[in-house]
Design a protein. Structure first.
Lengths: 113, 896
């Protein structure tokens, strides 16, 4: 099961990025690693889509960027959640829970019958 | 939101640093990923390689990030513009051709728009909110469009209608303006001017104030207040723009009038009025409900719509019809936008036809440019393939190609505007002054802001029309074609499309040329009708009999007789006559209401053109007198009052039997003249060619003018027309005739010495201009279509060079090759001609309904134009065909 890597379902990248960054400010590579780590290696971020997504979120004002020193003393661009980003994250989280609950109901429906 | 904008701005203005950051960011990522691989045991470069592969195409990621940043549109547009300019510069031949073609289309359209704007859309720029001002006209059940309103009805409308904030009436008059005392009696001293007598509120309705002085006071509307307001034109031409003009007196019809104001330069209502006087009707005249003579204008109250006003007028008219069934039965007052009113029906027709025609021309121009571009696109397939391989999306490519077309269009627009500037000036100046004065808004035509806006819209439209197909087509060249390094040889779909376009061009050109041809033919038809009068051999002139010397009719008649005698005695003159207005002169015709004996007197009276003539008028003018007789010595001042009527009048008034012996009388205001006995019926004549058909006419012998005509007419028409029929071209005899006339009485000024030719040409000037413009457009369409056909044929040959080479190598003769190429071109042209002819057949009835002299079916014109176009197409195809025959098979086979 750990080796079954899955691609991110459509539209969830934003949510995952926001959540990851909510925990603490991260730079791009670290965000991608984090998502992989926390999902027990199931979720694999397509690295090519990460950066456009980060820039988009930055433009919308949900995360903001700051250059800083990374773990191995290299210059890296750190992203952190803004206030409006926090609000957006809450909204997307609640949407996600509603969505998965509803889907779950349908998927479980046949079994109970 | 704000961060969004800030971000975009930052990305736009600090591009370099933003790019550098992006670079750093991605590089940092790669390093960290490589670190990870190194730590798991891979060698350094292998780790780097893996990291790169995992990240994917860096350029593409950067591009997507740039997209995400959101200023891409502006950046890429600037890029596109730069690139487009470079590409255009590399191909000067193509660029010049395309720019010229588009420039022509845009320029011609802007020109026609400026003209239409000046005379049709905004003919009254001096009136504030001119779309709130209406004219009120009266229509009746027998649909005799009669613009004028009876004074009593006017008063009632004014009182009872709530829809209007002000209402005013006016009428035309032609007083004689005397010169200064020193020039009195000389030729240039006195002249007839067109003046308007205006009621209270006239200037308020038009929301116009005088430049100098004031407008009429209410009390000046009563008889006995001789005041005038001058037009700017008259002030400049006759009074040298004298700033002290206020308070000075001028002499009209022998009376003194004080100048109390001068209107501003642009004020011109009613069109052509030289001065304004108060409409000082007496109470009896105001009570007249029978004969109409007032034009009415009114300003809609704020918030009232035109349809509301219309229903109110209809209701009020209904009430008036009930209250005064004798006079108002069946009459309804109707509001008409004042702009429409003063233009008549011809102006909109001409303008819209021209606009349509040049619209077609623009389409043809766009088609040509499309074809040019498509040809070019096929040669750029490599570039397109490369860009698409590098990741450019289809949309991006389309945008870039469209930008190129837009550049062409903008450059063309620059050229076009310069052309339009010159062309409008030319058109305005080529209208003879006498005619120009009658056209509302003519002097105001020029490149205004509106025209510039129109030009911009047209430019954008043509860029889109001309650029969309090539852009879509050019960007479609798929990757698989790029792999075949030979590239597309025939681009079959594109070729078919271009063929369709060329056929469309030919069809449009045919329509245009046919339209122009028909109009020119119609115009010539009018001239031919005019030829029936022998206009080159007829001189007309007018005299002004000074009041002091000719106070009564006897003296005037004696003078006229002497002039006729002396003119007839002049060598070269076969006959001389007297009349009121010449045929085919469309201004100055005199109308009067008349009533027919036996018809109840209360009904609304019809009107007819009145001519006071000498007996030999009909003979001189070659007008047949069908039944009865013409005037002769019997019809003296004391004899039975007689009249001759035109055929149309006879038919309409006495449909049952002959008109001879019947009676009618002229009515002016409240007074009616004596009963006139009809002694002859003359052929119909068009005194006003804009009426599309002859008017009803009543002729009275000049000797009986005093008794048969009302005082107003007598006064107005004292300066009658003399006509002399000459055996040689009249122009040369004019100085002699002038001397002869002056010798009768040197104190009488004469003026307007013109051949009937010139009188007609002047009045037809407007039609001539339109005809000229249509012809010009037709010619341009022809040239463009020829160029288009040539372009496609030449391209076709170029594309098929290898095929032709093979055929020749396999034994095809020159003739075979020629036929091969000609076949395609001829097919395209034939299709175009067929479609065009069908369209023309549909269009002709439409044109004939609106334009004078155009027949609903004119196969001769259609055929000749089609043949012309076919010949042009043939030549255009032949030239590249000939080149095709010269193809050397060895070269062709090697050609790639």
């Amino acid at each position: 099961m750990a080796n079954e890597r899955m691609d991110l379902p459509q539209g969830t990248l934003d949510l995952l990025i926001l959540k990851t960054v909510a925990l603490e400010p991260q730079h791009g590579w670290a965000i991608s690693e984090r998502i992989q780590q926390i999902s027990s290696d199931v979720l694999r971020v397509k690295q090519g889509s990460l950066y456009p997504a980060l820039h988009r979120l930055e433009r919308r004002g949900w995360i903001k960027a700051k250059w800083g020193a990374s773990a191995n003393n290299r210059r890296a661009k750190y992203y952190e959640l803004t206030r409006s980003g926090r609000r957006q994250l809450e909204a997307e989280e609640s949407d996600w829970r509603k969505l998965t609950a509803a889907v779950g109901l349908i998927v479980d429906f046949s079994r109970s019958a | 939101m704000i961060s969004d904008i800030l971000h975009r701005l930052r990305a736009l203005f600090r591009r370099k640093s933003v790019e550098a950051e992006l670079d750093d960011e991605l590089r940092a990522h790669l390093e960290q990923q490589a670190e990870k691989y190194v730590q798991s045991g891979l060698p350094r470069d292998e780790a780097m390689r893996r990291a790169r592969v995992e990240l994917g195409g860096v350029e593409q990621i950067k591009e997507e990030c740039r997209d995400a940043r959101g200023v891409n549109l502006i950046e890429t547009t600037i890029q596109d513009l730069r690139y487009g300019l470079r590409m255009l510069a590399k191909n000067p031949g193509f660029t010049a051709m395309a720019v010229l073609t588009l420039g022509l289309g845009i320029g011609v359209n802007t020109t026609v728009f400026s003209v239409a704007d000046g005379i049709l859309f905004h003919p009254l720029p001096f009136v504030q909110d001119s779309n709130r001002v209406v004219g009120i006209v009266q229509i009746s059940k027998d649909s005799d469009w009669h613009a004028v309103i009876e004074p009593a009805n006017f008063k009632d409308l004014q009182k009872q209608c709530q829809s209007f904030s002000t209402m005013a009436g006016y009428e035309w008059t032609s007083p004689t303006l005397a010169g200064s005392p020193q020039t009195h009696g000389s030729e240039t001293g006195a002249e007839r001017v067109d003046a308007a007598r205006v009621s209270k509120n006239f200037f308020e309705t038009l929301a116009s104030k005088p430049e100098l002085g004031r407008i009429f006071l209410p009390e000046e509307q009563q008889p006995g207040h001789p005041v005038v307001i001058l037009s700017d034109r008259l002030w400049r031409s006759h009074f040298a723009s004298n700033p002290q003009i206020l308070g000075q007196t001028i002499h009209l019809d022998g009376q003194s009038f004080a100048v109390i104001g001068v209107m501003p330069r642009r004020f011109d209502f009613p069109t052509g009025a030289a001065l304004w006087m108060p409409l000082d009707l007496s109470p009896e005249e105001w009570a007249n409900r029978k004969a109409g003579h007032l034009h009415v204008i009114a300003r809609l109250r704020p918030g009232v719509t035109l349809s509301q006003a219309r229903s109110e007028l209809s209701a009020v008219s209904g009430r008036l019809a009930q209250d005064y069934p004798e006079t108002n039965n069946g009459q309804t007052a109707v509001p008409v936008l004042v702009g429409e009113l003063i233009n008549g029906n011809l102006t909109p027709m001409f303008c819209y036809t021209l606009l349509g025609a040049v619209g077609f021309l623009l389409l043809i121009a766009c088609v040509n440019v499309t074809n040019l571009q498509m040809a070019r696109a096929t040669n750029r397939w490599r570039e397109v393939a490369l860009r698409s391989a590098l990741g450019a999306g289809r949309l991006r490519m389309v945008r870039q190609l469209l930008t190129e077309t837009a550049l062409l269009a903008v450059l063309g627009a620059g050229l076009g505007l310069a052309f339009a500037q010159g062309a409008t000036r030319l058109i305005v100046s080529s209208m003879p002054a006498e005619t120009a004065v009658q056209i509302a808004g003519w002097g105001d035509i020029g490149l205004k802001v509106r025209a510039l806006g129109f030009a911009m819209a047209v430019t954008l439209l043509s860029a889109l029309v001309a650029g969309l197909a090539p852009a879509l087509r050019g960007s479609k060249i798929a990757l698989n074609q790029a792999l075949k390094s030979a590239g597309p040889t025939m681009a079959g779909y594109s070729l078919r499309l271009r063929g369709i376009l060329v056929s469309a061009e030919v069809a449009l050109a045919l329509l245009l040329v046919v339209g122009a041809g028909l109009m020119v033919k119609g115009f010539r038809g009018i001239l031919e009708k005019a030829e029936a009068f022998g206009p080159a051999n007829l001189v007309t002139a007018r005299v002004l009999l000074p009041e002091y010397k000719y106070p009564d009719f006897e003296k005037r008649r004696a003078y006229d007789d002497r002039v006729l005698e002396s003119l007839q005695a002049t060598p070269g003159v076969s006959a001389a006559c007297l009349f009121t207005t010449p045929p085919f002169s469309n201004n100055g015709t005199r109308w009067r209401n008349f009533s027919v004996e036996g018809v109840p007197s209360g009904k609304r009276l019809p009107a007819a053109v009145i001519q006071a003539i000498s007996g030999n008028y009909f003979q001189l003018m070659s007008i047949p007198v069908g039944s009865g007789r013409t005037f002769d010595a019997r019809d003296s001042a004391t004899a039975l009052p007689v009249a001759i009527v035109s055929q149309k009048l006879a038919r309409l008034s006495w449909p049952a039997g002959s008109a001879l012996g019947k009676q009618l009388r002229l009515v002016q205001g409240d007074s009616a003249g004596p009963w006139l006995t009809v002694v002859g019926v003359a052929g119909d004549v068009e005194y006003d060619w804009t009426d599309n058909e002859p008017e009803k006419a009543i002729y009275i012998p000049y000797s009986q003018t005093w008794s048969s005509l009302d005082p107003k007419a007598r006064d107005e028409w004292a300066g009658a027309y003399f006509g002399a029929r000459t055996s040689v071209a009249s122009q040369s005899l004019i100085p002699t005739l002038r001397r002869e006339l002056a010798s009768v009485d040197p104190d009488v000024p004469s003026f307007g010495w013109e051949t009937l030719d010139k009188v007609m040409t002047d009045s037809l000037a407007g039609v001539a201009e339109v005809g000229g413009m249509m012809t010009g457009a037709g010619l341009m369409a022809l040239i463009l279509a020829a160029v288009g056909i040539y372009g496609v044929a030449a391209f076709n040959v170029e594309q098929r060079t290898r095929e032709i080479g093979i055929r020749v190598a396999l034994g095809a003769t020159r003739a075979d090759v020629l036929l091969l190429v000609l076949k395609r071109g001829s097919l395209l042209a034939a299709v175009g001609l067929a479609v065009g002819m069908a369209g023309a057949l549909a269009l002709m009835p439409l044109l004939s309904a609106f334009f004078y002299g155009v027949k609903p079916a004119d196969p001769a014109t259609l055929l000749s134009v089609s043949l012309l176009l076919a010949a042009v197409a043939l030549v255009a195809t032949y030239i590249p065909a000939r080149r095709a025959t010269k193809v050397d098979p060895m070269v062709a086979l090697r050609y790639e």
